[in-house]
Design a protein around this ligand. Structure first.
Ligand SMILES: Cc1ncc(COP(=O)(O)O)c(C=O)c1O
Length: 405
């Protein structure tokens, strides 16, 4: 079989694979605790469900415009005004089948073969693969001070004549870190000055802790013209617990949106009209669900940090937002894939190996589950890794016996 060179370079999505393994284990009745996922367990907002249901019962479930329905765009205009204090026009917007597709068509629109795309590590698993799919070269940047917070110098040191784009994701998946306002200001202005595209992946921007406020990249833009190379990404998946609805969007210059629309039109056509109805319903509906999710995540973060702080051998920085904590387990095992497989096999706890996010020795632990999931999951991990723990552990009425050192 002949497979293209680009296709051969693309790895399986580690996060989707873990979800699949978790589902298989659960279906077999295994007492799995899934601390690897990136989706809230709450239901989608009632306004989203009712809007989708109304569309389904109307029978008007047809093709949608390639760049999104008028109603969806109106909702995004409202969202951008509410959260970015910025009035955009319908032609500055494309609605896509998830933020993932919005980022993908943006990259397809701007990248030529061998163009380089810079993003700080740790990074979302899909960035390198998306860049490669477009024939580009991913350039992960490792903050020099060893933290999860990049500086403008870290970025500058990696810029070459081939740099086409920088992707910034803050709050960050997987670290939960919120990059300082100073850095956002500097990166916006640096990219403008250099004529480099800047993709701000703001998918977690409302899921912040400790009264932190979202940072608005538009506050630092000096080029407000239609030649601006700033692309802002958002979506309903995370903030409204609507991962399965698959609606995200991009805001950019009219010219970029026009080309992105041409690509999307041939790729998938417009996103599902039912799901656009749902997404517009969520954005226009009662917003207390977002605050309720945010507060739950903050509480879960506190519980997780209490658990991890009492775990000798583990080092973890408290996340400032998102669903994730990126913890250093290298004291126990430097190979994070080996560690994640071990935990799944021995104590049925799923975590994501850090290597998938560009850093070995770490694992990503999700706070999307219940408090019981978090406390019991960490207890099981502790039992498996700490050689001073008792020889036996009960999971329900199943007795586990330590047969490793
Ligand atoms: C940083 C980041 N960007 C984008 C996405 C994609 O979101 P969507 O479900 O809207 O495609 C994710 C999903 O995990 C993510 O973590």
């Amino acid at each position: 079989m002949s497979i293209s060179t680009i296709a051969q370079s693309i790895s399986e999505s580690a996060t989707l694979k873990l979800n699949e393994t978790a589902a298989i284990l659960r279906a077999k009745g295994e007492p799995l605790i899934h601390l690897g996922g990136g989706e809230p367990k709450t239901k989608a907002p009632i306004d989203a469900i009712l809007s989708a249901a109304a569309n389904l019962t109307s029978g008007e479930t047809r093709y949608a415009p390639a760049d999104g329905t008028i109603e969806m765009k109106q909702a995004i205009i409202r969202y951008t005004l509410d959260f970015y204090k910025r009035k955009v026009e319908p032609k500055n917007i494309i609605a896509s089948s998830g933020a993932k597709q919005a980022i993908m068509v943006a990259l397809q629109t701007i990248l030529n073969l061998q163009d380089e795309v810079i993003f700080p590590a740790p990074y979302w698993v899909s960035y390198p693969e998306m860049v490669k799919l477009c024939g580009g070269v991913p350039v992960p940047v490792y903050p020099e001070d060893g933290t999860f917070i990049p500086t403008i110098d870290d970025i500058k040191q990696n810029v070459t004549s081939l740099t086409k784009c920088v992707i910034i994701n803050s709050p960050n998946n997987p670290s939960g870190a919120v990059y300082p306002e100073k850095f956002i200001k500097e990166i916006v202005q640096f990219c403008e000055k250099k004529g480099i595209y800047l993709i701000m992946d703001d998918i977690y921007h409302r899921l912040l802790f400790d009264r932190k406020k979202p940072i608005n990249c538009y506050d630092y833009r000096t080029d407000d013209s239609e030649s601006s190379k700033l692309i802002v990404i958002n979506g309903v998946s995370k903030q409204y617990a609507m991962t399965g609805y698959r609606i995200g969007w991009a805001i950019a210059s009219k010219k970029l949106i026009e080309v992105m629309t041409n690509i999307q039109a041939h790729q998938t056509s417009g996103p599902s009209i039912v799901m656009q109805k749902a997404a517009a319903g969520a954005i226009n509906g009662v917003q207390s669900c977002v605050e309720s999710l945010r507060a739950t995540l903050e509480n879960n973060r506190n519980i997780l940090m209490d658990q991890l702080n009492g775990f000798e051998g583990v080092r973890a920085t408290a996340p400032d937002g998102t669903f994730y904590c990126f913890a250093d387990f290298s004291h126990y095992e430097k190979d994070s894939t080996k560690l994640a497989n071990f935990l799944l096999e021995k104590v049925r706890v799923a975590v994501m190996p850090g290597v998938e996010f560009g850093i070995e020795g770490f694992v990503r632990i999700s706070t999307c589950g219940s408090v019981k999931d978090i406390t019991e999951g960490i207890e099981r991990i502790k039992w498996a890794l700490d050689s001073n723990s008792p020889n036996e552990l009960y999971i329900g009425d199943r007795k586990l016996v330590r047969d490793w050192v």
